[in-house]
Design a protein around this ligand. Structure first.
Ligand code: BTN
Length: 239
């Protein structure tokens, strides 16, 4: 099932408000040409001008046993975006947990939300991928950001890029939910740069330390000055 809107407040918000329209046994894709209230992580705004970028939400249901992989779902969508970009000729990397970057600038962001459902959860994982966004509009974003237009050669077909993303994510999600995150661990560890001093916000306070490693479940291991290693399953590395 695919719902497409020319204008919507936010594809994630629409999906959350219309769970009854989402398919129970396959991924429902919700896309829009433009979002009037695109949302990012930590209540930030997501710049969503018309007909330039991909605004897409992948919506599906998981059962109780699959909930152990919830935190890995946005990581696997980020890996899928990296694979799409590679197919288009771009080398990209990840900033933990799921920002996609080209040349250290953000090209895609992911927002994963859930709604309780019968014997499980409805997962709505949205991605904004800057495709044909020109430099002057990227300048409106308060953090270093880029697009395929700026990094590559010419304009990209949004429908083709969306179809590639749908293909990779569908395959990867199936693998995650049946085999677990171990299938992605080597690739994820390769794509995320560790071994550096970072400032980290865990939704409660700011930590300073050394990004020691990625744990086997995809979480971040931060080594404090005391030598202690703390594991974080969510949060943000500060700029
Ligand atoms: C972030 O990096 O802060 C996450 C950005 C997520 C943006 C996408 S665009 C499609 C979906 N709808 C939204 O309102 N947000 C996500």
């Amino acid at each position: 099932m695919h719902y497409h809107f020319t204008t919507i407040d936010s594809t994630n918000t629409w999906a959350k408000q219309n769970v009854h329209l989402l398919s129970r046994n396959e991924i429902t894709l919700v896309t829009a040409d433009c979002q009037t209230a695109g949302r990012g992580r930590f209540k930030r705004k997501w710049e969503s001008p018309p007909n330039q970028n991909i605004y897409a939400s992948f919506c599906f249901f998981i059962d109780k046993a699959q909930q152990q992989y919830l935190g890995n779902i946005p990581q696997v969508l980020a890996i899928s975006a990296v694979q799409v970009l590679e197919e288009l000729g771009f080398q990209s990397r990840l900033k933990w947990p799921n920002d996609v970057q080209i040349s250290n600038k953000k090209v895609a962001g992911i927002l994963c939300e859930t709604i309780p459902a019968v014997e499980g959860l409805c997962v709505i994982v949205g991605i904004g991928l800057n495709v044909n966004m020109p430099l002057d509009l990227l300048g409106k974003i308060d953090r270093p950001a880029t697009s395929l237009l700026v990094e590559g050669e010419g304009v990209y077909d949004l429908q083709r890029v969306t179809a590639l993303l749908q293909h990779y994510f569908t395959t990867n999600l199936n693998c995650l939910l049946t085999e677990g995150f171990k299938s992605f661990l080597d690739l994820y560890r390769y794509l995320v740069s560790t071994d550096q001093k970072i400032r980290f916000h865990d939704n409660l306070r700011v930590w300073e330390g050394f990004f020691h490693s990625i744990d086997s479940d995809g979480s971040l291991n931060l080594q404090l000055d005391s030598g202690e290693i703390r594991r974080f399953i969510s949060g943000e590395i500060l700029p």
